[in-house]
Write a protein that binds this ligand. Structure first.
Ligand SMILES: *Cc1c(COP(=O)(O)O)cnc(C)c1O
Length: 494
């Protein structure tokens, strides 16, 4: 399987690259990103075959279908990391349990990995693959991750002490929860650097993108024989591991006798950078019986407008802080791959350049119609989310504020009474003050007090790995203005 560029080829970069090249060096012509040239068709036979397989076996087969240029032993090592997820063992591994919440609503819990958010689903195996490739080539890589709170901890966790890879993680100061921040600033491996930025997530992401594209910065790295890569979801190495759990969640629904093989379902995805939803889109295109993908947003509802009106409009819009901060995003990077897949490279280049220069684009009528055959969208305010958390808790299910955003579009976005898989992207422990507020009405609690309040109310324990964070020493205390990022990184590499 080859990968090509979403904004077409500039005649300098190779016209197509292998999987390993696409993930090691993800930046391409005209600021585009690599996308698969075509997708394997899995069809019903694949689903049938894997009804009785475990997660890793099915995943290996999906990766095989992509014919990626990664050695089987590396793939095995990567997938074996799922054994570290809750309730998994080498004998039986289900890293993403599916829980029934209403008659036709099921939550696929993607947060059972080491950092308690769904980023582990992809970043855990991705870390192994990337480090193995770097080592095989005898090359050194710098991974730069901009995070709104969950990518950072997951990237640090997967790369810590891995050979030939160093990680720099940028986070918006004050833009993450205490638990997320502590997960980052208490990491002390020598190949990791965490930098707080005075700004919001989009500032961190923009700084990262401009560094990745900066000739001067790249020249400095070259001098030190270090290549740049990225662990954000623009890297296809993450997306490939994300489409797998959509297939898994569907199979779980069949295994639980809730649907028959071939029945259509809705996928309901809390979206920010659109990696999770893109995984669902690819799974659909590869033959998963999906009626539509419901896109849940918070008040940063740029995706709701895109899918309803075909307008991507950044004029007069600025990021608002919500209780689902991992979705506080306006520049949703993976939309570009959808545009490319639906409308081709030339149109994608045109639209993305328009977005760069004029801060908006408008899809044509027929383009919008095509988008709407696949997606439907709505957004959920913080108040609505809080009510969903509270009601759902009373019905016996504890969930985080990102997961809660799915409930709105579940109510408003479905035209057919089909079973729905909503994705839970974080454990309750990562956003405890919001949940405590929803459950007990208390406000202004610290993360630790909120954790205790929820644990008492729900009669559960605070997981040990979360509790331990509060007494770990802080080893990464740098917070800088945007214009100081480059210097910090150079100093770290010296
Ligand atoms: C990253 C994240 C999201 C958004 O996922 P995308 O793939 O970027 O759309 C949603 N919820 C949580 C908790 C996350 O960490």
């Amino acid at each position: 399987m080859k990968f090509i560029e979403t904004r077409g080829n500039d005649g300098v970069s190779p016209e197509s690259v292998t999987f390993s090249e696409a993930i090691l060096k993800p930046m391409s012509s005209f600021g585009g990103i690599y996308s698969p040239e075509s997708l394997p068709d899995l069809g019903m036979a694949f689903l049938e075959k894997h009804l009785a397989s475990d997660y890793k076996t099915m995943a290996r087969d999906v990766l095989d279908a992509f014919e990626i240029d990664i050695e089987p032993s590396v793939i095995d090592e990567a997938l074996n990391l799922y054994d570290r997820f809750d309730d998994c063992s080498p004998e039986s591994c289900n890293p993403a349990p599916l829980v029934k919440v209403k008659d036709d609503l099921f939550v696929s819990e993607l947060y059972h990995g080491p950092t308690r958010a769904f980023k582990d689903m992809a970043l855990q195996p991705f870390g192994v693959v990337l480090s193995a490739l770097a080592k095989q080539r005898n090359e050194n890589y710098l991974i730069m991750a901009a995070t709104s709170g969950d990518t950072g901890p997951a990237a640090l966790e997967t790369f810590k002490n891995r050979e030939n890879v160093r990680v720099v993680c940028l986070y918006p100061e004050g833009g993450t929860s205490d638990v997320q921040r502590l997960q980052m600033v208490t990491e002390d491996a020598e190949n990791l650097k965490v930098i707080g930025i005075r700004g919001v997530f989009d500032d961190a992401q923009t700084a990262l993108k401009s560094l990745l594209g900066s000739e001067a910065f790249n020249a400095k790295l070259k001098e030190k024989h270090i290549y740049l890569s990225a662990a954000n979801s623009v890297n296809f190495g993450r997306i490939i591991f994300q489409l797998i759990y959509h297939i898994h969640s569907y199979l779980e629904l069949v295994r639980q006798n809730e649907i028959s093989l071939g029945d259509k379902v809705y996928l309901d995805v809390p979206s920010g950078n659109f990696g999770n939803a893109l995984g669902g889109y690819y799974a659909l295109k590869m033959g998963l019986p999906v009626e539509k993908i419901l896109i849940a947003s918070n008040r940063n509802n740029i995706l709701t407008h895109l899918i309803r009106e075909g307008a991507y409009d950044l004029r007069d819009s600025s990021v608002v802080t919500t209780t689902s901060p991992a979705m506080d995003i306006l520049k949703s990077s993976n939309i570009e791959r959808i545009l490319f897949d639906l409308f081709g490279a030339q149109r994608t280049k045109e639209l993305m350049q328009q977005l760069d220069t004029e801060k908006h684009y408008q899809l044509g009528e027929s383009e919008l119609a095509r988008l709407q055959t696949i997606f439907k969208a709505d957004y959920c305010t913080d108040e609505e989310g809080k009510r969903y958390i509270q009601q759902t808790f009373e019905d016996g299910y504890l969930m985080d504020p990102h997961t809660a955003t799915c409930f709105k579009v579940y109510e408003t976005g479905r035209d057919k009474p089909l079973k729905t898989i909503a994705y839970s992207t974080a454990e309750w422990t990562k956003f405890s003050p919001t949940i405590a507020n929803a459950l007990t009405g208390e406000t202004g609690a610290s993360d630790l007090d909120a954790l205790k309040a929820i644990a008492a109310k729900a009669n559960i324990d605070i997981p040990e790995q979360i509790n331990a964070l509060f007494s770990k020493p802080i080893t990464q205390d740098v917070v800088v203005d945007k214009d100081r990022i480059e210097d910090e990184i150079i100093a770290f590499l010296a």
